[in-house]
Design a protein around this ligand. Structure first.
Ligand SMILES: [Zn+2]
Length: 250
Protein backbone atom coordinates (compact mmCIF):
# COMPACT_ATOMS: atom_id res chain seq x y z
CA UNK A 1 0.00 0.00 0.00
CA UNK A 2 1.27 3.46 -0.85
CA UNK A 3 1.55 5.67 2.25
CA UNK A 4 2.64 9.29 1.87
CA UNK A 5 1.74 11.28 4.98
CA UNK A 6 2.95 14.66 3.72
CA UNK A 7 3.01 15.88 0.14
CA UNK A 8 1.88 19.01 -1.68
CA UNK A 9 -0.19 17.69 -4.60
CA UNK A 10 -1.33 21.20 -5.56
CA UNK A 11 2.21 22.52 -5.92
CA UNK A 12 3.49 20.10 -8.60
CA UNK A 13 3.83 21.71 -12.04
CA UNK A 14 1.09 19.32 -13.24
CA UNK A 15 -1.02 18.53 -10.17
CA UNK A 16 -3.76 16.69 -12.10
CA UNK A 17 -1.25 14.23 -13.57
CA UNK A 18 0.22 13.45 -10.17
CA UNK A 19 -3.25 13.03 -8.65
CA UNK A 20 -4.33 10.79 -11.54
CA UNK A 21 -1.34 8.51 -10.97
CA UNK A 22 -2.48 7.62 -7.43
CA UNK A 23 -4.35 4.33 -6.98
CA UNK A 24 -6.18 2.57 -4.19
CA UNK A 25 -5.20 1.21 -1.75
CA UNK A 26 -3.27 4.21 -0.51
CA UNK A 27 -3.12 6.75 2.26
CA UNK A 28 -1.96 10.10 0.95
CA UNK A 29 -2.10 13.16 3.19
CA UNK A 30 -2.16 16.00 0.72
CA UNK A 31 -1.34 19.17 2.66
CA UNK A 32 -2.04 22.76 1.69
CA UNK A 33 -0.21 25.93 2.66
CA UNK A 34 -3.18 28.34 2.60
CA UNK A 35 -6.89 27.88 3.41
CA UNK A 36 -7.77 29.38 0.03
CA UNK A 37 -6.02 26.43 -1.64
CA UNK A 38 -8.12 23.84 0.21
CA UNK A 39 -11.19 23.57 -2.04
CA UNK A 40 -9.22 23.17 -5.27
CA UNK A 41 -6.78 20.72 -3.69
CA UNK A 42 -9.67 18.75 -2.20
CA UNK A 43 -11.20 18.44 -5.68
CA UNK A 44 -7.83 17.28 -7.01
CA UNK A 45 -7.69 14.38 -4.54
CA UNK A 46 -11.37 13.52 -4.41
CA UNK A 47 -11.19 10.87 -7.18
CA UNK A 48 -9.22 8.45 -5.00
CA UNK A 49 -10.67 7.36 -1.63
CA UNK A 50 -7.27 7.14 0.06
CA UNK A 51 -6.30 10.74 -0.68
CA UNK A 52 -7.11 13.14 2.16
CA UNK A 53 -6.71 16.89 1.89
CA UNK A 54 -5.42 18.92 4.81
CA UNK A 55 -6.51 22.41 5.66
CA UNK A 56 -3.31 24.32 6.30
CA UNK A 57 -1.64 27.64 6.79
CA UNK A 58 2.13 27.28 6.54
CA UNK A 59 4.20 29.11 9.18
CA UNK A 60 6.24 30.76 6.40
CA UNK A 61 3.00 32.50 5.32
CA UNK A 62 1.81 33.33 8.84
CA UNK A 63 2.24 37.07 8.42
CA UNK A 64 1.24 37.43 4.78
CA UNK A 65 -1.88 35.23 5.01
CA UNK A 66 -2.99 35.93 8.59
CA UNK A 67 -6.26 37.23 7.11
CA UNK A 68 -7.12 33.72 5.90
CA UNK A 69 -7.57 32.36 9.41
CA UNK A 70 -11.29 33.26 9.23
CA UNK A 71 -11.59 31.06 6.13
CA UNK A 72 -9.80 28.28 7.99
CA UNK A 73 -12.37 28.56 10.79
CA UNK A 74 -15.22 28.27 8.33
CA UNK A 75 -13.71 25.20 6.60
CA UNK A 76 -12.51 23.23 9.61
CA UNK A 77 -15.75 21.25 9.91
CA UNK A 78 -15.21 19.79 6.43
CA UNK A 79 -11.49 19.10 6.79
CA UNK A 80 -10.39 15.62 7.83
CA UNK A 81 -7.01 16.81 8.96
CA UNK A 82 -5.04 20.03 9.38
CA UNK A 83 -1.72 20.67 7.65
CA UNK A 84 0.63 22.08 6.88
CA UNK A 85 0.74 24.06 10.09
CA UNK A 86 3.44 24.71 12.70
CA UNK A 87 6.35 26.99 13.50
CA UNK A 88 9.57 27.80 11.63
CA UNK A 89 12.48 29.18 13.63
CA UNK A 90 14.76 29.87 10.63
CA UNK A 91 16.73 33.12 10.96
CA UNK A 92 15.15 34.70 7.87
CA UNK A 93 11.70 34.30 9.43
CA UNK A 94 12.62 35.74 12.82
CA UNK A 95 10.57 38.87 12.38
CA UNK A 96 7.44 36.84 11.67
CA UNK A 97 7.76 34.78 14.87
CA UNK A 98 5.09 36.70 16.83
CA UNK A 99 2.69 36.18 13.89
CA UNK A 100 3.61 32.51 13.65
CA UNK A 101 3.08 31.93 17.36
CA UNK A 102 -0.25 33.72 17.42
CA UNK A 103 -1.43 31.77 14.38
CA UNK A 104 -0.27 28.35 15.63
CA UNK A 105 -2.02 28.97 18.97
CA UNK A 106 -5.21 29.92 17.13
CA UNK A 107 -4.98 26.81 14.93
CA UNK A 108 -4.48 24.48 17.91
CA UNK A 109 -7.39 26.19 19.66
CA UNK A 110 -9.50 25.76 16.52
CA UNK A 111 -8.59 22.05 16.30
CA UNK A 112 -9.54 21.64 19.96
CA UNK A 113 -12.91 23.36 19.47
CA UNK A 114 -13.53 21.17 16.42
CA UNK A 115 -13.11 18.04 18.57
CA UNK A 116 -9.49 17.27 17.60
CA UNK A 117 -7.80 16.69 14.25
CA UNK A 118 -4.86 14.80 12.85
CA UNK A 119 -2.23 17.53 12.34
CA UNK A 120 0.71 17.47 9.90
CA UNK A 121 3.22 19.78 11.57
CA UNK A 122 6.27 21.70 10.37
CA UNK A 123 8.80 22.28 13.19
CA UNK A 124 12.04 23.36 11.53
CA UNK A 125 14.29 25.00 14.13
CA UNK A 126 11.29 25.23 16.41
CA UNK A 127 10.81 21.68 17.71
CA UNK A 128 10.87 22.64 21.38
CA UNK A 129 8.38 25.47 20.87
CA UNK A 130 6.10 23.20 18.85
CA UNK A 131 6.05 20.55 21.57
CA UNK A 132 5.44 23.17 24.23
CA UNK A 133 2.42 24.50 22.26
CA UNK A 134 1.11 20.96 21.76
CA UNK A 135 1.41 20.39 25.49
CA UNK A 136 -0.72 23.49 26.05
CA UNK A 137 -3.45 22.09 23.74
CA UNK A 138 -3.64 18.40 24.69
CA UNK A 139 -7.01 17.94 22.96
CA UNK A 140 -5.99 19.43 19.61
CA UNK A 141 -5.70 15.95 18.11
CA UNK A 142 -2.96 13.63 16.86
CA UNK A 143 0.24 15.44 15.87
CA UNK A 144 2.43 14.04 13.10
CA UNK A 145 5.74 15.91 13.06
CA UNK A 146 6.83 15.99 9.43
CA UNK A 147 10.57 15.87 8.53
CA UNK A 148 11.57 16.25 12.18
CA UNK A 149 14.99 17.92 12.44
CA UNK A 150 15.31 18.81 16.12
CA UNK A 151 17.88 17.40 18.53
CA UNK A 152 17.56 14.23 20.62
CA UNK A 153 16.25 16.13 23.65
CA UNK A 154 13.53 17.70 21.53
CA UNK A 155 12.76 14.32 20.01
CA UNK A 156 12.25 12.86 23.50
CA UNK A 157 9.86 15.71 24.38
CA UNK A 158 7.87 15.04 21.22
CA UNK A 159 7.73 11.29 21.90
CA UNK A 160 6.58 11.95 25.47
CA UNK A 161 3.52 13.88 24.32
CA UNK A 162 2.53 11.18 21.83
CA UNK A 163 3.72 12.67 18.54
CA UNK A 164 3.94 10.57 15.39
CA UNK A 165 6.69 11.19 12.83
CA UNK A 166 6.54 11.23 9.04
CA UNK A 167 9.91 10.42 7.52
CA UNK A 168 10.93 10.85 3.89
CA UNK A 169 13.67 9.66 1.53
CA UNK A 170 15.48 13.01 1.87
CA UNK A 171 15.63 12.69 5.66
CA UNK A 172 16.95 9.13 5.40
CA UNK A 173 19.84 10.32 3.22
CA UNK A 174 21.37 12.40 6.01
CA UNK A 175 23.32 10.84 8.85
CA UNK A 176 21.58 13.16 11.31
CA UNK A 177 18.15 12.24 10.00
CA UNK A 178 18.93 8.54 10.30
CA UNK A 179 20.17 9.05 13.87
CA UNK A 180 16.80 10.58 14.77
CA UNK A 181 14.80 7.83 13.05
CA UNK A 182 16.77 5.22 15.04
CA UNK A 183 15.39 6.75 18.25
CA UNK A 184 11.78 7.13 17.13
CA UNK A 185 9.09 4.75 18.45
CA UNK A 186 8.72 2.31 15.55
CA UNK A 187 4.94 2.10 15.75
CA UNK A 188 4.66 5.88 15.33
CA UNK A 189 6.78 6.32 12.18
CA UNK A 190 5.09 6.76 8.80
CA UNK A 191 6.44 7.50 5.30
CA UNK A 192 6.23 10.88 3.58
CA UNK A 193 7.83 12.60 0.60
CA UNK A 194 7.22 16.36 1.07
CA UNK A 195 7.14 16.44 -2.73
CA UNK A 196 7.58 18.52 -4.76
CA UNK A 197 9.77 20.43 -2.27
CA UNK A 198 11.95 17.49 -1.29
CA UNK A 199 14.17 16.15 -4.05
CA UNK A 200 15.58 12.78 -5.06
CA UNK A 201 19.32 12.11 -5.40
CA UNK A 202 19.25 13.47 -8.95
CA UNK A 203 17.68 16.74 -7.79
CA UNK A 204 14.20 15.98 -9.18
CA UNK A 205 11.08 16.59 -7.06
CA UNK A 206 9.97 13.47 -5.22
CA UNK A 207 6.68 11.97 -6.42
CA UNK A 208 4.28 10.51 -3.79
CA UNK A 209 5.15 6.99 -5.03
CA UNK A 210 8.75 7.59 -3.89
CA UNK A 211 7.40 7.20 -0.34
CA UNK A 212 7.68 3.43 -0.99
CA UNK A 213 11.45 3.79 -0.58
CA UNK A 214 10.98 4.70 3.08
CA UNK A 215 10.02 1.19 4.23
CA UNK A 216 13.26 -0.25 2.87
CA UNK A 217 15.41 2.60 4.21
CA UNK A 218 13.92 2.34 7.67
CA UNK A 219 14.09 -1.48 7.68
CA UNK A 220 17.83 -1.30 7.10
CA UNK A 221 18.26 1.19 9.95
CA UNK A 222 16.19 -0.81 12.38
CA UNK A 223 17.66 -4.18 11.37
CA UNK A 224 14.26 -5.57 10.40
CA UNK A 225 12.79 -7.01 7.22
CA UNK A 226 11.00 -4.69 4.80
CA UNK A 227 7.85 -6.83 5.29
CA UNK A 228 7.82 -6.30 9.06
CA UNK A 229 8.29 -2.55 8.65
CA UNK A 230 5.71 -2.30 5.85
CA UNK A 231 3.21 -4.22 7.94
CA UNK A 232 3.74 -1.98 10.97
CA UNK A 233 3.44 1.15 8.83
CA UNK A 234 0.23 -0.14 7.28
CA UNK A 235 -1.19 -0.59 10.79
CA UNK A 236 -0.10 2.95 11.70
CA UNK A 237 -1.67 4.33 8.54
CA UNK A 238 -4.89 2.55 9.34
CA UNK A 239 -4.91 4.09 12.86
CA UNK A 240 -4.49 7.56 11.34
CA UNK A 241 -7.21 6.85 8.77
CA UNK A 242 -9.59 5.74 11.52
CA UNK A 243 -9.02 9.01 13.38
CA UNK A 244 -9.78 11.00 10.25
CA UNK A 245 -12.96 9.01 9.63
CA UNK A 246 -14.13 9.64 13.17
CA UNK A 247 -13.96 13.33 12.35
CA UNK A 248 -16.24 12.71 9.37
CA UNK A 249 -18.82 11.05 11.61
CA UNK A 250 -18.70 13.66 14.40
ZN1 LIG B 1 5.62 20.42 3.37
Amino acid sequence: MLIDCHCHLDLYPEPALVAASLREPCLVLSVTTTPSAWRGTFALGSRVTGVHTGLGLHPQLAEERAGEFALMESLVGAAEFLGEVGLDGSAELRKTRPHQERLFNSILDLATRAGGRVLSIHSRRAAEQVTSRLRAFPDAGTPILHWFSGNLKELRLAIEIGCWFSVGPAMLRSRRGRGLVEQMPRERVLPETDGPFALDVAGRPLHPTNAREVQAGVAELWGESVEVVADRMAKGASAIRTEMHEVGRA
